[in-house]
Design a protein around this ligand. Structure first.
Ligand SMILES: NC(=O)c1ccc[n+]([C@@H]2O[C@H](COP(=O)([O-])OP(=O)(O)OC[C@H]3O[C@@H](n4cnc5c(N)ncnc54)[C@H](OP(=O)(O)O)[C@@H]3O)[C@@H](O)[C@H]2O)c1
Length: 210
């Protein structure tokens, strides 16, 4: 398949690129800074762009079979709309070009999983550190859910840089009210890629954690 990976220079994004190439997909890595992609592969194209620039998103989306997003940033303490605006641009380009399949990483702890990233996140991290970020993530999810796309929202627990275990729990009731649940970026990427051939997750928001 022709896959566009948004946030390809990030932790999950790099795993998505690496694993998608192992599955023999044709991969376009969408990045602000192409120098961050060190990997070279015959099936890898690097597209320079910014999700806040609709034209760059539009031309990267054209001709793809599916889009996977691991978009994120660290401007947690200020009100931002990067995730929602960027995702609106991705969704609009996909609708325009008839690219239907969208798999987007958000987070456990929002929407109907509120509270299930454990007490530390519920009482401290989300209200104190990532309040604006999580608000924008909620908007991002609404934009996806209201689209005409075949979307899957993937909501991981706290991310680690651990190895790919291929053993994890997933589904809409995953998470803990008390403890922080974890999952590696490598396993999240593997799960996201598996959704390309699993239509049962279309219009669903599975969480994933060990
Ligand atoms: N950290 C956790 O424990 C945790 C838990 C659950 C969910 N999540 C969520 O999972 C997602 C992935 O997290 P991660 O830590 O693997 O990612 P990350 O390392 O923070 O990478 C984020 C990616 O988004 C890109 N990006 C940011 N702004 C962009 C823009 N305007 N245009 C294009 N690309 C842009 C970054 O590009 P640059 O390289 O140019 O900056 C980077 O490639 C995030 O949404 C995160 O919030 C995180």
């Amino acid at each position: 398949m022709n896959l566009l990976i948004i946030g390809a220079s990030g932790g999950t994004g790099r795993e998505l690129v690496k694993q998608a190439l192992e599955y023999s997909h044709n991969v376009t890595a969408f990045v602000r800074n192409p120098e961050k992609i060190r990997l070279q592969h015959a099936n890898l194209t690097v597209a320079k762009g910014n999700v806040l620039d609709p034209d760059s998103v539009d031309s990267a989306v054209m001709g793809q079979d599916a889009v996977l997003s691991a978009l994120g940033h660290k401007k947690w303490f200020i009100k931002t709309t990067i995730l929602s605006e960027g995702t609106r641009n991705i969704v609009s380009a996909m609708e325009k070009h008839g690219v239907k399949r969208f798999i987007c990483e958000t987070t456990l702890g929002i929407g109907d999983t509120r509270g299930r990233l454990g007490l530390y996140y519920t009482l401290f991290v989300i209200p104190v550190i990532t309040y604006f970020y999580f608000k924008d993530k909620e908007k991002q999810e609404h934009i996806i859910a209201e689209s005409s796309l075949d979307w899957t929202i993937v909501r991981p627990g706290q991310l680690t840089n651990g190895r790919k275990k291929d053993v994890y729990r997933h589904g809409e009731s995953i998470g803990s009210w008390i403890f922080t649940v974890h999952v590696s970026r490598a396993d999240v990427a593997g799960f996201m890629l598996k959704q390309l051939t699993d239509n049962s997750s279309v219009h669903r928001s599975p969480a994933i954690a060990y």
